[in-house]
Design a protein around this ligand. Structure first.
Ligand SMILES: C[S@@+](CC[C@H](N)C(=O)[O-])C[C@H]1O[C@@H](n2cnc3c(N)ncnc32)[C@H](O)[C@@H]1O
Length: 231
C-alpha cells in the first residue's frame, strides 16, 4: 500500500476508534472468542497482535503469554488500548503505533502472530509479503492465527453465497442498508479499502510461504479463521 493508503487507514481508523471500541457485534465477538479458544493455554513467551484496535485480542492474550506486542496504525486505537492497560493494571502488553507493512521483528523470536479483521485492508501483494514476514518472525513450531472477512469477488459458489448473505442482511435494514450495499459493493469491486480474499486463496499463500498444518475454519457467513504452523 502506498503512503497515501496508509495515511488514509490511519485517519479513518482514528476517527472510528471510539465507535469500534463501543460496538457490540455478536458475529465479530464469535471470531475473537474462537481465536482465543484456538490459542488455548500453550506456553507462550512472545505474541504479536497486528491491527490490535483497542485490544479486543491483545487483552485476553495478555493472560496467556509473557509478552504481547500490540500494533495498530491508528494512534487513537493505541491511546484507547493504553487507557485499558493502565486501568486493568496489565503490564505485559506493549502498544505501538505502526503498520503491518512497515513493521519488523527479529526473525525466529515469535511464538504466535495473530490478527483480527485487519488483513483485508492489505493489497494482494502486501498479503503475500505479510505471510512471508510472519513466517520469518515465527520460531519453529510457532503459529499464525488470524480472523478476517474471507471471500473473493464472486468467482466461486461459496463467494456468491457469502455476498448474497451480506446483501440480504443489508437490505433488511431499509434505506440505510441500500446505501451500504452501494458503498460496500463499490469498495469490494474496486478493491478500495476492503480487499478480502477467499479462504482457499489464503491457504495457497500460506502453503507457498512454507507453512504446514494449515486449517481454514468458517465462523459466520463472511468471516473465517485461518491457523498455520511454521515447521
Ligand atoms: C476492523 S478493526 C479490528 C480491530 C481489532 N483487531 C478487533 O478485533 O476488533 C481494524 C484495525 O486494523 C487497523 N489497521 C488497518 N490497517 C492497518 C495496517 N496497515 N497496519 C496496522 N493496523 C492497521 C485499524 O487501525 C483498526 O484498528
Amino acid at each position: 500500500m502506498q503512503k497515501a493508503g496508509l495515511y488514509l487507514q490511519r485517519v479513518v481508523w482514528s476517527r472510528r476508534a471510539t465507535s469500534w471500541d463501543e460496538m457490540q457485534n455478536p458475529g465479530l465477538q464469535r471470531v475473537v472468542d474462537e481465536m482465543i479458544e484456538l490459542i488455548g493455554d500453550r506456553p507462550l513467551e512472545f505474541a504479536i497482535d497486528l491491527g490490535c484496535g483497542s485490544g479486543q485480542l491483545s487483552i485476553p492474550l495478555a493472560t496467556k503469554t509473557k509478552s504481547v506486542l500490540a500494533l495498530d496504525i491508528a494512534p487513537k486505537m493505541i491511546d484507547l488500548l493504553n487507557e485499558k492497560l493502565e486501568s486493568q493494571k496489565i503490564k505485559n502488553v506493549q502498544a505501538v503505533v505502526g503498520s503491518v507493512q512497515q513493521y519488523g521483528v527479529t526473525n525466529g523470536t515469535v511464538g504466535l502472530v495473530c490478527s483480527n479483521y485487519v488483513l483485508h485492508h492489505l493489497s494482494d501483494k502486501e498479503k503475500q509479503s505479510f505471510v512471508h514476514d510472519a513466517f520469518r518472525w515465527l520460531h519453529s513450531g510457532g503459529e499464525l492465527i488470524f480472523g478476517d472477512m474471507m471471500f473473493g469477488r464472486g468467482a466461486t459458489a461459496e463467494d456468491r453465497a457469502v455476498i448474497m448473505d451480506k446483501v440480504k442482511t443489508m437490505m433488511s435494514k431499509g434505506p440505510g442498508g441500500y446505501w451500504r450495499i452501494a458503498k460496500n459493493g463499490f469498495r469490494y469491486l474496486f478493491r478500495f479499502q476492503e480487499k478480502p480474499i477467499s479462504q482457499a486463496s489464503w491457504v495457497t499463500l500460506l502453503s507457498n510461504a512454507g507453512f504446514v498444518e494449515i486449517e481454514a475454519i468458517r465462523i459466520v457467513s463472511e468471516a473465517g479463521i485461518i491457523r498455520a504452523k511454521k515447521p
